[in-house]
Design a protein around this ligand. Structure first.
Ligand SMILES: C[S@@+](CC[C@H](N)C(=O)[O-])C[C@H]1O[C@@H](n2cnc3c(N)ncnc32)[C@H](O)[C@@H]1O
Length: 237
């Protein structure tokens, strides 16, 4: 069985707090080759309901700043407190484009299923995020995307399921590489297709979340042809 660490967590708790494909599984897959150590201060950017922050705190013993825009800090604080992790995870309600942190503060930034909402442009990393990271800080991003650039030739059978707004944010590994090569401060280590697509999506589709119910036909119709989960690993220069 794969993703053994994620599978140890209470299934009902995970189901209640997922906001898309299972973020714990994506994180576990993403961090397979990332050397996180317990003395690190980590920014969990776009943490949603904090599943990834909980995983980072429990599995790696790191200090986590759990930042999100749609979910309030108070809601996340209650969840972290209930798990006895409120001293280790600091919930913050903030927009990724104006983060309230000191410069050179973080040893690592992790972002699961969120970076594409704000980082899909040539300026975001260098102007908003880079300055908050220490030199050589780890960058680990896991996001939905495409196996290849598809925007100019959307398959007819997918048109009913892909909303234009979401589709604009789903890009290929090559697209991300080209974008990040333009950055002055992002050193790319590896950008690649992740292994966990099926496991992460199937967990989400089993929930009764109304968005998951809508996603079922999309994943069935896609049938492994176009959609992807992308891992972006790097360091701050
Ligand atoms: C699909 S949810 C994923 C949440 C969580 N990472 C997970 O995988 O369960 C996307 C998250 O990105 C966050 N997000 C989107 N735009 C943001 C922004 N500008 N600043 C901070 N967070 C943002 C949202 O608040 C939302 O919780």
């Amino acid at each position: 069985m794969k993703y053994l660490k994620s599978k140890q967590y209470d299934n009902e708790f995970i189901k209640e707090n997922m906001m898309g494909p299972n973020s714990m599984i994506i994180l576990e897959n993403l961090l397979e080759s990332v050397p996180l150590t317990s003395n690190m201060r980590v920014l969990d950017l776009g943490c949603g309901k904090g599943l990834t922050s909980i995983f980072l705190a429990k599995e790696y013993g790191v200090q986590v700043f759990a930042v999100d825009l749609w979910i309030s800090a108070s809601e996340n604080y209650k969840r972290f407190k209930k798990m006895g992790l409120d001293n280790q995870i600091i919930p913050i309600h903030a927009d990724a484009i104006s983060l309230p942190f000191a410069e050179d503060y973080f040893d690592a930034v992790i972002s699961i299923d969120a970076y594409h909402y704000f980082g899909c442009n040539e300026t975001y990393f260098d102007t908003c995020l880079s300055k908050l990271l220490k030199k050589d800080a780890l960058i680990a991003i896991g996001i939905p995307g495409m196996k290849y650039e598809i925007h100019n030739c959307i398959p007819d059978e997918m048109k009913p399921y892909w909303e234009e707004e979401a589709l604009a944010l789903w890009n290929s590994c090559d697209w991300w590489e080209k974008l990040l090569l333009k950055s002055n401060s992002f050193e790319i280590k590896k950008i690649h297709e992740m292994d966990c697509f099926n496991e992460a999506w199937q967990d989400w589709l089993k929930t009764n979340n109304r968005f998951a119910l809508e996603d079922r036909l999309m994943i069935e119709t896609d049938n492994g042809r176009y959609m992807n989960l992308i891992s972006i690993l790097g360091n701050k220069k």
